[in-house]
Design a protein around this ligand. Sequence first.
Ligand SMILES: *Cc1c(COP(=O)(O)O)cnc(C)c1O
Length: 403
Amino acid sequence: MRDPTSFLRQEYDDLVRQELDWRLRVLGGPSTTWCIVDGKRVLMFCSNNYLGLSNHPKLKEAAIRAVETHGAGSGSVRPIAGNMDLHTELERRLAKFKGAEASLVYQTGFAANAGLIPQLVGKGDLIVSDELNHGSIIDGVRLSQAERKVYKHADPEDLGRVLDESEKASPAFRRILVITDGVFSMDGDIAPLDKVAAIGAEHGAMVYVDDAHGEGVLGDGGRGIVSHFKLPREKVQVEMGTFSKAFGVVGGHVSGSRDLVNFAYNKSRTWLLSGSHPPAVVAACLAAIDVLEDEPEHVRRLWENTRYFKKAMRDLGFDIGKSETPITPVMVGDSGKAKRLSSRLFEIGVFALPIVYPMVAQGKARIRTIMNAALTREDLDFAIGAFEKAGKELEILPAERVA
Ligand SMILES: *Cc1c(COP(=O)(O)O)cnc(C)c1O
């Protein structure tokens, strides 16, 4: 008899042969600037913990306190018996932080996209999506019965073209959803949300932004991309985000009108059918909002560090792409070379992962660095020195540079 599970091993072996498998690294302790990865002390240069909040004393204290007052788990899904005062307080505080009428917290950002998108649009509707949108948007789109079209990356003109063409459809589309990442995580560029929103409005479309990498980074006090472009709230009807990146914890969220939130929690299957966050998670997220409001220096330092690092890397002669954010890709081109650069950096003491095909186009391999507010000048100089040394060894930089 043939083993019905033999494909598991075969497909895994194929991935290993193509070097497309994930080899998991182990953090032995908290995600801090200097941390232990696979037993070695290295400088963290690729976490999404932009502001260092995941190990901030206020978040840790809040989590510990919540375990004492509310226990380890919530006991249920939120629509039945798992909706604690902490959950509703977090939504109230988040809405206030975002300047929105209401917010809804999901278990993860992935669950927010996968749960909400297929409810906003269905049969007879249209989704228009940026070609480089995040995988969780793509999966949300796949779960919808709506027709889907893609526009060229961050290209409002092409979005206009797609929407103009769609007006000719017969019968006319019932609803249209335009959806984009706020900050694109592979290149660190910012979506032209002002133009996207204006074109969407011209065509009577809803506009949905996934601000996972913009929150805690862009806008007034880290309020995100809508604040960055100073857009009136009603221009972007759905602002989605996550507590798992700059906020330093875990959890997805959606902000907008009260109507949106009432609709979203009554309809999203990922929200209705999955247990709610444990009290410690919710309390830590609440503390993260407190820190963002009370300690503006973290966002300021993140940008100071970003500018310092980008300038030094450019001065050394590295190609750092078109990033406008604390995500700085160090372009290498060849996948094998990007992997060797990452390994060499790790030996020297800098942890930054290579991003290779199929995550990015062939020939566009890179090391993706993510800046952290808690890095000191000394740390940054150490990292820049490591890139210079490894870059010369691998001939990504000229071996000898004339000053
Ligand atoms: C990380 C990320 C998500 C997923 O968020 P989680 O809360 O970690 O599930 C969604 N969209 C984008 C653009 C992301 O970068």
